[in-house]
Ligand binder design. Structure first.
Ligand code: HAM
Length: 433
């Protein structure tokens, strides 16, 4: 019987992995433009870390974590908690008052798998720790928007403020009063939630609950003065940076640590999995985890969802690989001769491949084409005796006789001479040889 991957766990195979690399390269580029440094944390953490940060009564902690119960350790369901744990453990606040950190990697949640929702998924997560200024909130959202725009992904940005411990309890009470009259029409989950975390009733996906909360009070109108001022500057900042957004009073997020600004990048192209990325401010969390009293804000982008969106774009199903040179040795003697040459060219920095199975020229040309080789060096037995070979430029199909002599030096020199006038790749070859 064949063994397959677990449900909700996915291989990322060649042909697909190039899109992942594209997404990651674009992200690393943008994150460095915004002065973020990379941090990497382990996948396993003490269960308590997530219970204390994400919240005991959240769906993630209640039902979705991969936990080794006997050891009380959990495979991280998100990156923020682990990153803050590392920030505190290494005293990173002492090094810099404001830390701008990012991390990229797999997260684990036992959810029902569907398009864009996996049990092992990947996030690109950024956090700014130590900055209170609302302009930072705007800057972060603008960075996310810039990355998505550069990747060619269209999303809308939805924004809310969840207030702070001073104003949220008041809103919670107002909301509970509102919910009370509609309690019987709510789904079982929301009935339960109205006791533990009534704000979550606002973002229930159940159509009947949605209908009930249309007229619900907006937290944006119940913010204390500080939160209200903060929210106003966040919006002003977004306007200054030309980032369009819409206010969404129903967005409350599924993690308990948020205060003030929360936001989501939403797409209409992935069915139910509308959020490509999401985040917000968590001003009390670091202290709550035993760290210094510093504020924080961040967001995470879901890589599977980003890749799906890129795949949906016309003509972008696969990104073709590229290679400088394919060396086609025809027959055993030629293969024996080119074997160390290929190695020496790789040592010089060229991306080179050869066939080891004694295949025909036609079949080797096919391989070269598939690999995206810019040049193919064809070494036949007869030509080899005269120290000659043929170099074919795969982009314009021009063929040139080339002197290969008896070793790498002659070959390198000939490649250089010939590739130089041929085309744009001569630059690469010139530099590397
Ligand atoms: P989150 O909303 O739970 O937030 O996840 C962020 C993003 O990760 C989602 O918008 C989605 O794109 C992706 N994602 C989440 N779950 C799955 C899944 N099962 N399959 C595929 N993609 C998924 C957080 O995790 C927060 N830590 C974000 C944050 C950072 N807040 C502050 N800093």
């Amino acid at each position: 019987m064949k063994i397959t991957a677990l449900n909700g766990f996915k291989d990322i195979v060649p042909g697909e992995v190039e899109l992942w690399q594209k997404v990651e390269t674009a992200a690393r580029d943008i994150f460095s433009r915004f002065n973020f440094s990379e941090i990497r944390m382990p996948i396993l953490e003490k269960t308590e870390l997530f219970a204390r940060s994400i919240g005991e009564t959240t769906d993630i902690v209640e039902k979705e974590m991969y936990t080794f119960i006997d050891k009380q350790i959990t495979m991280r369901p998100e990156a923020t908690a682990s990153l803050l744990r590392a920030y505190i453990q290494h005293g990173l606040h002492v090094q810099k008052p404001v830390q701008r950190l990012f991390t990229i990697g797999p997260m684990f949640r036992h959810e029902r798998p569907q398009m864009g929702r996996l049990r092992q998924f990947h996030q690109m997560d950024v956090e700014v720790i130590g900055a209170q200024n609302p302009r930072v909130d705007a800057e972060l959202m603008a960075m996310g928007a810039m990355l998505l725009e550069e990747l060619g992904v269209t999303v809308s940005l939805e924004l809310n403020s969840l207030g702070c411990p001073a104003c949220r309890p008041g809103f919670r009470k107002t909301l509970l009063d509102f919910i009370e009259d509609r309690y019987e029409a709510l789904c079982d989950d929301c009935k339960r939630r109205s006791n533990t975390n009534p704000l979550r009733v606002l973002d229930c996906k159940n159509p009947s609950c949605r209908a009930q909360v249309v007229e619900a009070p907006s937290i944006q109108e119940h913010l204390c003065q500080e939160c209200s001022d903060h929210f106003a500057v966040v919006q002003k900042g977004l306007q200054q940076l030309g980032v369009s957004y819409s206010l969404n009073k129903f967005m409350v997020r599924g993690l308990d640590y948020y205060t003030r600004t929360t936001f989501e990048f939403i797409t209409g192209d992935l069915g139910a999995q509308a959020a490509v990325g999401a985040g917000g401010r968590y001003d009390g969390l670091i202290e709550q985890l035993g760290g210094p009293k510093v504020p924080g804000i961040g967001f995470a982008l879901g890589m599977e969802r980003l890749v799906l969106l890129l795949q949906q774009k016309k003509g972008a199903e696969t990104v073709q690989g590229e290679m400088d040179l394919f060396v086609a040795g025809l027959g055993e003697t030629a293969s024996h001769f080119v074997f160390p040459l290929v190695h020496a060219l790789r040592r010089k920095g060229l991306q080179v491949a050869m066939d080891h199975e004694g295949r025909s020229l036609k079949s080797q040309m096919k391989q070269a084409n598939k690999a995206g080789a810019h040049y193919v060096l064809i070494v036949g037995e007869a030509e080899l005796e005269q120290g000659q070979a043929v170099l074919r430029n795969m982009d314009d199909q021009k063929q040139t006789d080339i002197e290969i002599g008896t070793g790498i030096d002659k070959l390198s020199q000939s490649l250089l001479e010939i590739c130089k006038p041929l085309d744009k790749f001569s630059d690469i070859l010139t530099k590397r040889i």
